[in-house]
Design a protein around this ligand. Structure first.
Ligand code: SF4
Length: 449
């Protein structure tokens, strides 16, 4: 269990200097206990107190990393039950299962599938995160060959999945230095698996038969000195999964029971007999607390909605999603193409860019940095006004880049046309576009086809 606010308060300097951003040390202590503040915010905590407070200030759900480098994946580290209370930090990892019983062609297909199903949105790359390599052949050499092949083909993190320590040992021999998750640890093989995890610096994915057994396994792993653990409660139906995921999160965050303070894993590939049911289970897992979800395949029609769901849930609700300011070429724009201008609120950007693409008319889309506000809100806040748009466009080299010198502004912001014309100069013609994005294709075809 973590320390209470009062216990933490006793270890603070009690000077109420306010440098941590709250009026008193007591308020800071309460925030720290609730996971709403970080110890580093107080510059005056003694080293001795720091050591004692480290447990209290650690995230109630331990972050666990898999992989290495730019493809390293992190799960856990969450502080709140509900996203609107603060934010969720580490998006649910989507793992693609490959079995050592799969044919060589199927393994190749899945490796290609992992790469092919990556999508760029809002300046982010939406993609799967991990491979879950399951030993089902019963042959250690076959399993080792699969691990070797996948390791050689991708930098993504690996989950080595078997309840047989011999298989895991064979797989570990073929991994590189990146951290793996050993998944399939039960009370029967904990000693052997724990030994392998310690020897290879791996994390442990324990499978229990209900939450009581999870607690026992967690305590046993801690006793064995294994810090990084991932839980599978053994739930294999949608209802049980939802119940257990929610209970584990509540025990960790609300009851502050450190034995449950670890991320979870849900093998939905073993819980459904159709891709659609699997996707539904995965969607529920993303919404309700799964740290990692293992899918049997990556099919675009199921994976893409899951990636979007994950993106929505794991964005910070207090920060608008933004697109970078600048000129974006649409439909192979050239110097003779017109400019369409909009704000950098991501949703606006996507709607407008989608409609321009639909028009098939080559255009430059100029995205003005409005701190993520939509056009009208940004205009009201003085961030989408003629002079600042013109000034930022000139800084981005609009006069050199664009010979066409025609710019289309949103119909709802027609009022900025005079200021924009003045800022850009006489050679530019400012045109007032439609009020609704859906009319953009017709407008562009009418004026620029
Ligand atoms: S910065 Fe430290 S000493 Fe100052 S009020 Fe905050 S907790 Fe107290």
């Amino acid at each position: 269990m973590g320390l209470t606010g009062i216990q933490i308060f006793k270890l603070l300097p009690k000077t109420n200097c306010k440098e941590c951003g709250v009026p008193t040390c007591l308020a800071f202590a309460m925030n720290l206990a609730a996971g709403k503040a970080e110890l580093s915010a107080c510059p005056y905590v003694s080293d001795e107190a720091k050591a004692m407070l480290s447990e209290a200030s650690a995230p109630p759900i331990r972050p666990v990393a898999i992989g290495a480098g730019k493809d390293a994946f992190k799960t856990g580290g969450e502080l709140v039950m509900f996203r609107h209370e603060k934010t969720f930090f580490n998006p649910t990892g989507l793992a693609l299962k490959i079995s050592d019983s799969d044919s060589a062609e199927e393994v190749d297909r899945k490796l290609k599938c992992f790469v092919d199903h990556q999508y760029e949105r809002v300046g982010l790359l939406l993609k799967g995160d991990l491979f879950a390599l399951k030993a089902e052949s019963g042959n250690a050499d076959t399993y080792a060959a699969l691990v070797k092949k996948v390791r050689g083909a991708t930098d993504a993190g690996l989950i080595l999945w078997s309840d047989n320590p011999d298989m895991i040992k064979a797989g570990l021999a073929e991994r590189d230095d990146s951290k793996v998750l050993i998944y399939g640890v039960t009370k029967d093989n904990l000693d052997a698996m724990g030994g392998l995890a310690k020897e290879h610096g791996a994390s442990l994915g324990v499978i229990g038969n209900g939450l009581d057994e999870i607690k026992e396994l967690s305590e046993a792993a801690e006793k064995a000195g294994i810090k990084d653990v991932v839980f599978d409660s053994g739930a294999r139906t949608a209802g049980d999964q939802l119940r257990d995921q929610t209970a584990i999160r509540r025990l960790a965050l609300t009851a502050k029971d450190r034995t449950f303070g670890f991320p979870t894993i849900a093998p939905v590939c073993d819980m459904a007999d159709t891709p659609m049911k699997e996707a539904v289970l995965a969607a529920a897992g993303i919404a309700k607390y799964a740290g990692i979800i293992i899918l049997s395949d990556f099919q675009g029609q199921y994976l893409f909605p899951l990636l979007l769901e994950r993106l929505n849930i794991y964005t910070d609700p207090q920060r608008p999603m933004k697109t970078d300011e600048g000129f974006y070429s649409m439909n192979d724009a050239t110097a003779d193409s017109p400019v369409v201008v909009t704000s950098n609120f991501s949703l606006t950007y996507f709607i407008v860019s989608g409609e321009i693409e639909n028009s098939r008319i080559p255009c430059w889309l100029y995205v003005k940095d409005t701190d993520g506000l939509s056009v009208l809100t940004a205009w009201a806040a003085g961030k989408f006004v003629g002079d600042s748009i013109g000034e930022s466009m000139k800084k981005q080299g609009c006069n050199d880049k664009i010979a066409n010198k025609k710019i289309v502004i949103p119909g709802l912001a027609a009022i900025i046309s005079g200021d924009l014309e003045e800022e850009l100069g006489d050679e530019w013609e400012v045109m007032v576009g439609p009020r609704e994005a859906s009319f953009i294709p017709a407008y562009l075809k009418q004026h620029f086809a």
